[in-house]
Design a protein around this ligand. Structure first.
Ligand code: HEM
Ligand code: CA
Length: 297
C-alpha cells in the first residue's frame, strides 16, 4: 500500500527537506551516504521497514543497536535526528522515521552519482524492536556462504538477482579490519597486491587494529558506480561475502553483466531497492508516527 504521493497533501515539502539535509550531511562527510543506505537495509531485514533499528536502549527497553551486525558498526543516527527535526518543523507529526530512512537512502544513492527513482512512502514506525531477530542471522554476516546469502534474501522475498544487485551498494562506504582480516591473510581467491595493500592497515593479529577502516570499493569508494563488480572480477572484493559472488558459482554471470553494463546494474539495483523498501511495512492504524526517531511516543 505504499505510494509515491502519500504525503502529497499532508507534507508536500518532505522530499525537498530530506534531500537538502542529506546533501549537507554528505558534504560534511562523504561516507554518510553509505551509512544512511545501510541503515535502511538493516532496518528492513528486521521486522520490516519500520525504523525499529533507530530505537535506543533504555533501562526498560532493549533495541537492535547492540546486535552483532549493528554494534560499533551502523552509524548516522545524529543525521537521521537532524533530518527528522527539519521534517517536523515543516509538517509536525506526519512523516515516519521509517520513510525518512527510505528517502535518505534513495537520496544518498543519487547524490553520490547513482541512479534516481521515485521512492514509495506511507510506512509507519514500530513501537518495538527485536534484538533477537537482529542477532539471528537474518542480516547475513560477511563470513556467509553464497547459499546462505541467497537464502537470507529469499526469506525476505528478494531474489538472487536482487541480492547481487543490492550488494553493489558496497561500491561506497567502509568496513572494519576485523571483518576482512581472515580474507586478506588466509584466502586464495584474492589479488596478491590488493591483499598486501589492505594488510598495511590491518594487522594479522586479532585485537590490533580491529577497527581500522578500508574502502569496500578500492577503485571509487565515494562514487556510486559499477566498479564493485569490476573489482570482483579482479579478485579485489574486500569481504568474503563480496568475493563469494564471483568465485565460480551461480552468480558469476550476473557479476560479469553488471561489470560490463552499468545501466543494467542501475536498473536492477533500483528494482531491488524498491522491493527491499516494501518489506512488511506498518500501515493503517498499525504502529505510530514517532516524534523522536530514537524512542516510541
Ligand atoms: C549481501 C549481504 C551483505 C553482507 C554480508 C554485508 C556486510 C557488510 C559488512 C560486514 C560491512 C562493514 C561493517 C563494518 O565494518 O562494521 C558492510 C558495510 C556496508 N554495507 Fe553491507 N552487507 C550486505 C549487503 C548490503 C546491502 C543489501 C546494502 C544496501 C543496499 C549494504 C550496504 C552497505 C554499505 C553502504 C556499507 C558501508 C557503510 C558505511 O561505510 O558506514 N550492504 N556490509
Ligand atoms: Ca525494522
Amino acid at each position: 500500500q505504499l505510494t509515491e504521493d502519500y504525503y502529497k497533501k499532508t507534507c508536500p515539502k518532505v522530499f525537498d527537506t530530506v534531500e537538502s539535509a542529506v546533501k549537507s550531511a554528505i558534504k560534511k562527510e562523504k561516507r554518510m551516504g553509505a551509512s544512511l543506505i545501510r541503515l535502511h537495509f538493516h532496518d528492513c531485514f528486521v521486522q520490516g521497514c519500520d525504523a525499529s533499528v533507530l530505537l535506543d536502549d533504555t533501562s526498560s527497553f532493549t533495541g537492535e543497536k547492540t546486535a552483532a551486525p549493528n554494534n560499533n558498526s551502523i552509524r548516522g543516527f545524529n543525521v537521521v535526528d537532524d533530518i527528522k527535526s527539519k521534517v517536523e518543523s515543516v509538517c509536525p507529526g506526519v512523516v515516519s522515521c521509517a520513510d525518512i530512512l527510505a528517502i535518505a537512502a534513495r537520496d544518498s544513492v543519487s547524490i553520490l552519482g547513482g541512479p534516481e527513482w521515485d521512492v514509495k512512502v506511507g510506512r509507519r514506525d514500530s513501537k518495538t524492536a527485536s534484538l533477537a531477530a537482529a542477532n539471528s542471522g537474518v542480516i547475513p554476516p560477511p563470513t556467509s556462504t553464497l547459499n546462505n546469502l541467497v537464502n537470507r534474501f529469499q526469506a525476505r522475498g528478494l531474489s538472487t538477482k536482487d541480492m547481487v544487485a543490492l550488494s553493489g551498494a558496497h561500491t561506497i562506504g567502509q568496513a572494519r579490519c576485523s571483518l576482512f582480516r581472515t580474507r586478506i591473510y588466509n584466502e586464495t581467491n584474492i589479488d596478491a597486491s590488493f591483499a598486501r595493500k589492505r594488510q598495511d592497515n590491518c594487522p594479522r593479529t586479532t585485537g590490533s587494529g580491529d577497527n581500522n577502516l578500508a574502502s569496500l570499493d578500492v577503485k571509487s569508494p565515494t562514487f556510486f558506480d559499477n566498479a564493485y563488480y569490476k573489482n570482483l572480477i579482479k579478485k579485489k572484493g574486500l569481504l568474503h561475502s563480496d568475493q563469494i559472488l564471483y568465485n565460480g558459482g551461480s552468480t558469476d554471470s550476473l557479476i560479469e553483466t553488471y561489470s560490463k553494463k552499468p545501466e543494467t546494474f542501475n536498473d536492477d539495483f533500483v528494482t531491488a531497492m524498491i522491493k527491499m523498501g516494501d518489506i512488511s511495512p506498518l500501515t493503517g492504524s498499525n504502529g505510530e508516527i514517532r516524534k523522536n526517531c530514537r524512542r516510541a511516543n
